[in-house]
Design a protein around this ligand. Structure first.
Ligand code: PMP
Length: 397
């Protein structure tokens, strides 16, 4: 049954989100302030968006200049910052060409279309399907919510898009099924399932999956929307698995908060997008791509990946110490880099609320019993210690 209670409230924004009761008006670094001037440590990072923290100086300077020169321009012209960002992304990844869009869902939608068109034109397969995995999350447009193998995301939105098959994550059975499936044209997966509960893919499993895809001519699409742009300690999480995907999608952290998404692909695949086959009015817009260029340049200049790895090691160690100290509260600590999940025995939402109310620390849940901790990659030891002390107290209570 649909719960329409919240929609009856006189509130002009649709109630599509369960919101926390604070109004955020300002952000800088790892902190945000509410409309009463109260300061919070933001370990949600806008859900893995703010790798460099809120309003990072390096990106702010570039965007202020961009405001004075060019905001938007049609994709029927060459756009300098777009070409520069594409060159940077292809230099830094295993891919050769980039299509820009505005969000993670739009990037995955683009990857799905690219895979289908590649199957049609190059493999002469018109009725193939794409394999995705249980508990995955790929977006909320019709094709991407169909790709998302979670009942709660799909519920009420049928009929779904045809051409998807779901298999269990991290399972040998899935590899066997893919190997024996002549209609599988592509496999799409996250290196760490973020929304699904912060579950990293197993390294030997990913290698075997990649091998089967290579042998069978099946495209391997890696959704790096949440893991990408440094979140796991390398620019792309797939680098840590020793594989080379055919298609990679990114969004979130690429623009430091300015909406942007991108589909990266190897030339063999990207060639099937010829002029007029796909498009997006705002995709690759000068402002968003200038933010992307400034973000990647800041990664290099500020050694952000090293900062991430160092912070991740410290935070993970300290969380494991808390697990020893509070064995009745913490079940496990998992994740990669600064994409961290803490499985709890008590409802995770209660801990999230107490962290906010008592200690002014913002974190998220991933499902009912997992705390999702996503600091800006540039957080520091002081902030980590503040966070750990707060969590220690909340768990002690
Ligand atoms: N893929 C993954 C792995 C994600 O985590 C998300 C968002 N949480 C998306 C896709 C969708 O991105 P967006 O909300 O920008 O459409």
């Amino acid at each position: 049954m649909l719960n329409i209670k919240s929609a009856e409230e006189v509130f002009p924004v649709m109630s599509a989100y369960g919101r926390f009761p604070i109004t955020v008006v300002k952000g800088k670094g790892s902190y945000v302030w509410d409309d009463e001037g109260k300061k919070y440590l933001d370990y949600t990072a806008g859900i893995a968006v703010l790798a460099l923290g809120h309003v990072p100086d390096a990106v702010e300077t570039v965007l202020k200049k961009q405001l004075d020169t060019l905001w938007h321009c049609s994709n029927l012209f060459h756009i300098a910052s777009q070409e520069k960002l594409a060159a940077m992304l292809t230099d830094l990844s295993c891919c050769d060409q980039v299509f820009f869009c505005n969000s993670g869902a739009e990037a995955n939608e683009g990857a799905i279309k690219l895979a289908r068109r590649y199957a049609h034109l190059i493999k002469h397969k018109e009725n193939g399907h794409i394999v995705t995995f249980d508990h995955s999350f790929h977006g909320r447009t019709m094709a991407t919510l169909t790709a998302t193998a979670q009942e709660k995301i799909q519920n009420g939105f049928g009929p779904l898009v045809p051409g998807f098959r779901y298999l269990p994550y991290n399972s040998e059975e899935a590899i066997q099924a893919i190997a024996e499936d002549p209609d599988c044209i592509a496999v799409m997966l996250e290196m760490v399932q973020g929304e699904g509960g912060v579950l990293p893919a197993d390294e030997t499993w990913v290698k075997a999956l990649s091998k089967v895809c290579g042998e069978k001519g099946i495209l391997l699409i890696v959704d790096e929307v949440q893991t990408g742009i440094g979140r796991t300690g390398t620019l792309f999480a797939y680098e840590q698995y020793g594989i080379e995907p055919d298609v990679v999608t990114v969004a979130k952290a690429l623009g430091s908060g300015i909406p942007i998404g991108a589909v990266l692909a190897k030339k063999e695949v990207s060639q099937v997008f010829t002029p007029g086959t796909h498009g997006s009015t705002f995709g690759g817009n000068p402002f968003a791509t200038a933010a992307g260029v400034a973000t990647l340049e800041a990664f290099e200049k500020q050694n952000v990946l090293e900062q991430c790895s160092k912070n991740a090691a410290s935070l993970t160690n300290k969380l494991n110490e808390l697990k020893e100290k509070h064995p009745d509260a913490i079940q496990s600590v998992r994740g990669k880099g600064l994409l961290i999940g803490v499985a709890t025995f008590a409802p995770a939402i209660d801990i999230v609320n107490q962290m906010r109310e008592k200690h002014q620390v913002l974190i998220l849940t991933a499902g009912k019993n997992v705390l999702r901790i996503l600091p800006p990659l540039i957080t520091n030891e002081n902030e980590i210690n503040y966070f750990i002390n707060a969590l220690d107290q909340v768990l002690g209570d």
